[in-house]
Design a protein around this ligand. Structure first.
Ligand SMILES: *Cc1c(COP(=O)(O)O)cnc(C)c1O
Length: 501
């Protein structure tokens, strides 16, 4: 019988090199694939055997199947023609860091389980915090600290748990039904899920309306009035999520004034800068997080726009003890003298799960391989490309920029008057509003753009309006790709308007 050697160094080297070659070829040829996978649901089950193989198969055969069956079902997030959602900006350094992390495959729940994993995490969180000019209170070099989690959803969940327990320790656990969580109608749905998970009563989840006239930002006066109403009802304001760069349109909530309102009522402020946080390493964007000194916690996704391969959410808190009080676990088998000495960080107490990966390697490699100066110019290049795309949109009078561009996301749409002719009969009959017609046509346009396979964009619905989002930031994107993307939009528009004429 064939003896299996799952970590034989010779085979590891051979197969590992093959896999790197495969991926290098993939990046080289990535633009040849349709960006958005065009397969039908269930396509893969038909191609795969019904049962797992009993006997080993060579890596060569597996790679063939990967190319033939898996690749067609992949949406190519690393494609230069990828403009959907937000980017997932991979890089050689991010990849190599991930590779090292996977290679060591350590489980760094506490300091002693791998001291370097914990300590490097502390170092890179302070590095990034300093580059962002976060107040010292958020850094280990002050009396705060940072942790690398998988995603923003986790950052929101852990901070919400800490905020809940901090408040309940003052008012009594029996009052959990009185705690109120505040968000805007543009806040990421992660907060609602987290509130649900931690037992916030559904009637105590406050969604504050935003308006186009104020660029869909959460207004301090709206927060204040909601808070006052709740206090009058005997409820207890607990947590507000302030977003710098909302998912739909990258709206920027006014952090400083919102923190002022929150402070008056001892509400925990979490700043969700999942996408836009990264660009705040550029001095010209830093003012967008002015006022962060008034917040309790701040997070960004290094896997979105900081060249760090998924997953890597950076969370800083001013008061790590509040996290630890809520999330620490004790087990005899985890006891060790380093933890007892209280001289070390045990990251298991800063997160939901016990086991954790060595994510700091990714951030460390990204910092060291590129340097802060290059990272800044890289981010700026995306903003410049977005400006160029915005200019192209503005030159075509059938379109409008729906909300002012803040970063590297352009939200645009075909304006109602450009499609009025099409819906005119129905509009006049009073069956349907001009805006509804515009929404319908813009939806068709986006379907057509994405069906082409040449670019991929996604949509948002804000204030009842369907807009197309062009998010620039894939690591391979260059200006020529952006110009081509706009050509595709125009061609598809011509075709649709003609067809409906
Ligand atoms: C992407 C995004 C999230 C969710 O991030 P995950 O890491 O997928 O949990 C949350 N908030 C904002 C503003 C985002 O853009």
């Amino acid at each position: 019988m064939n003896m299996m050697k799952p970590l034989d160094p010779t085979e590891f080297r051979r197969q590992g090199h093959m896999m790197i070659d495969f991926l290098a070829d993939y990046y080289e040829n990535i633009a040849k694939y349709p960006v958005l996978s065009q397969v039908e649901p269930g396509y893969l089950r038909k191609l795969m055997p019904s049962f797992a193989p009993l006997n080993p198969e060579p890596i060569e055969t597996i790679l063939q199947d990967l190319q033939q069956h898996i690749l067609p079902g992949i949406t190519h997030w690393q494609s230069p023609n990828y403009f959907a959602y937000f980017p997932s900006s991979g890089s050689t350094a991010g990849f190599l860091g991930e590779m090292l992390s996977t290679g060591f495959n350590l489980v760094g729940f506490n300091w002693v389980s791998s001291p370097a994993a914990t300590e490097l995490e502390g170092v890179v969180m302070d590095w990034l915090g300093q580059v962002l000019k976060l107040p010292k209170d958020f850094l280990f070099s002050g009396c705060g600290g940072g942790v690398l989690l998988g995603t923003t959803c986790e950052a929101i969940l852990v901070t919400l748990v800490a905020a809940r327990d901090q408040m309940l320790s003052k008012i009594g656990r029996e009052n959990i039904g009185k705690l109120v969580v505040y968000v805007s109608d543009q806040t990421h749905c992660a907060v609602q899920k987290a509130a649900h998970v931690i037992g916030i009563h559904p009637t105590c989840f406050r969604v504050i309306k935003t308006l186009k006239s104020t660029s869909f930002t959460l207004l301090p006066e709206s927060l204040l009035s909601a808070v006052r109403t709740d206090v009058r009802k005997g409820l207890v304001p607990c947590y507000v999520c302030v977003t710098v760069g909302t998912t739909s349109t990258t709206a920027i909530d006014p952090l400083g004034p919102l923190c002022k309102v929150a402070k008056e009522y001892a509400i925990w402020v979490h700043v969700d800068a999942a996408y836009a946080g990264s660009v705040c390493i550029c001095p010209e964007f830093r003012h967008l997080i002015d006022g962060v000194e008034g917040a309790n916690s701040f997070s960004l996704n290094a896997h979105k726009w900081f060249l760090t391969n998924l997953d890597c959410c950076c969370l800083w808190v001013k008061d790590p003890t509040s996290l630890i009080k809520s999330l620490s676990t004790h087990s005899v088998y985890l006891e060790n003298s380093a933890s007892d000495s209280k001289q070390v960080v045990d990251y298991k107490d800063w997160q939901i799960t016990l086991s954790r990966r060595f994510r700091a390697l990714k951030v460390w490699l990204v910092f060291r391989s590129y340097g802060v100066a290059n990272l800044r110019s890289f981010l700026r290049s995306h903003v410049e490309m977005a400006k160029a795309f915005e200019e192209l949109v503005k030159q075509d009078k059938r379109f409008e920029i729906f909300v002012p561009r803040n970063f590297a996301l352009v939200c645009f749409r075909l304006i109602p008057s450009a499609v009025a002719k099409i819906g005119n009969g129905r509009v006049q009959n009073g069956h349907i509003k001009a805006e509804d017609v515009a929404n319908e046509i813009n939806r068709k346009l986006l379907d057509s753009i994405n069906g082409s396979g040449t670019v991929y964009m996604t949509h948002a619905i804000v204030g009842g309006v369907y807009v197309i989002r062009c998010a620039i930031g894939a690591s391979l994107t260059e200006k020529k790709h952006v110009i081509k993307a706009w050509k595709v939009v125009q061609e598809r528009t011509d075709a649709i308007l003609k067809q409906l004429d």
